[in-house]
Design a protein around this ligand. Structure first.
Ligand code: MN
Ligand code: MN
Length: 305
């Protein structure tokens, strides 16, 4: 069947034939201001049709190591309350997890990471590499504890992530309260503000990230607003002074060896970027995540693709 899938991979019909599912999560009902990320998965699929296979620095072809397919979009049944939409997301992700298929999710606003983690984590908290302009450890906003500024606070409370094995990279921008920053620090997360990334360099930051998450299972969440809006304006809450696109690539490549049990790229809001450049960056980030998984894969199934 020919439909425009992520990376032109086969559409997954029988998950038992795959190692990795690229999954769309077209939900933006939990944003604080500008919606649009519900259109992210479609445009990232579109931009990803240009992606090629062999990695430019490692020369590894991830598709020769692992069986990768497009798992489709989360089929939402209830989108008007975040908690209900999050249940839909969790059930869909858990379905792949039960069949031991690793999921790489494309959002969607950042609230989706909480139900993705719920669908993936069953035995104890995992490590987290979180690349974002914002800590997303705020609490309630306008009556909801499940807004896109809160997922990692909820994830700590629910025992899904271990704050001592969490690093947040690229944090910047003014806020109306310090509550989220305070929560990250008090919970024991390592917060690397963007000015420190610039001073230390992304390779040193990646080295520290690998040290902090250690050898255990780790989730990686990439908010596209970590990248400077000069490169990626298509997002709901842009903050200037961010990563360049090449810094983002070098950062991700320097994370080789991390034991990823899942990852996402979120907050791609194509209506704010008619050039399509933001979606191309997101598609490339997705490819780099796929390469991290492929090169970290040591299971007996690896290489049978
Ligand atoms: Mn975020
Ligand atoms: Mn953000």
């Amino acid at each position: 069947m020919h439909v425009p899938t992520f990376m032109r991979t086969p559409l997954i019909e029988d998950a038992s034939e795959f190692d990795v599912a690229l999954v769309g999560v077209p939900y933006d009902g939990a944003v604080t201001n500008r919606p649009g990320a519900r259109h992210g998965p479609r445009e990232v699929r579109n931009a990803s049709t240009m992606m090629r296979a062999i990695h430019p620095t490692t020369r590894v072809n991830p598709y020769e190591r692992i069986r990768v397919g497009d798992g489709g979009d989360v089929p939402f049944t209830r989108v008007y309350e975040p908690e209900a939409a999050h249940d839909d997301i969790e059930q869909f992700i858990a379905g792949f997890n039960r069949q031991r298929v690793l999921t790489l999710a494309v959002g969607g606003d950042h609230s989706i990471t909480l139900p993705v983690l719920r669908g993936l984590v069953s035995d104890g908290p995992v490590g987290l590499i979180h690349i974002d302009a914002h800590t997303d450890t705020w609490d309630e906003f306008m009556g909801s504890r499940y807004n896109h500024g809160a997922p990692f606070r909820r994830a700590v409370e629910e025992g899904l992530i271990d704050p001592a094995r969490t690093i947040q990279i690229g944090i910047r921008g003014a806020q109306d309260s310090t509550e989220g920053w305070d929560y990250s620090a008090a919970s024991g997360m390592r917060v690397v503000p963007m000015h420190e990334v610039t001073q230390s360099g992304v390779e040193a930051v990646a080295e520290e990230a690998l040290r902090i998450v250690g050898s255990g299972p780790t989730y990686l969440s990439f908010d596209i607003d970590s990248i400077d809006p000069a490169y990626a304006p298509g997002t709901g809450t842009p903050e200037i002074g961010g990563l360049t696109s090449v810094e983002a690539l070098i950062l991700l490549r320097a994370l080789r060896g991390v034991e990823l049990m899942g990852a996402d790229v979120v907050e791609v809001a194509p209506p704010f970027d008619p050039t399509g450049g933001t979606s191309l960056i997101a598609a490339t980030v997705l490819y780099e995540l796929l390469c991290l998984v492929a090169e970290g894969d040591e299971s007996p199934e690896g290489g049978e693709a």
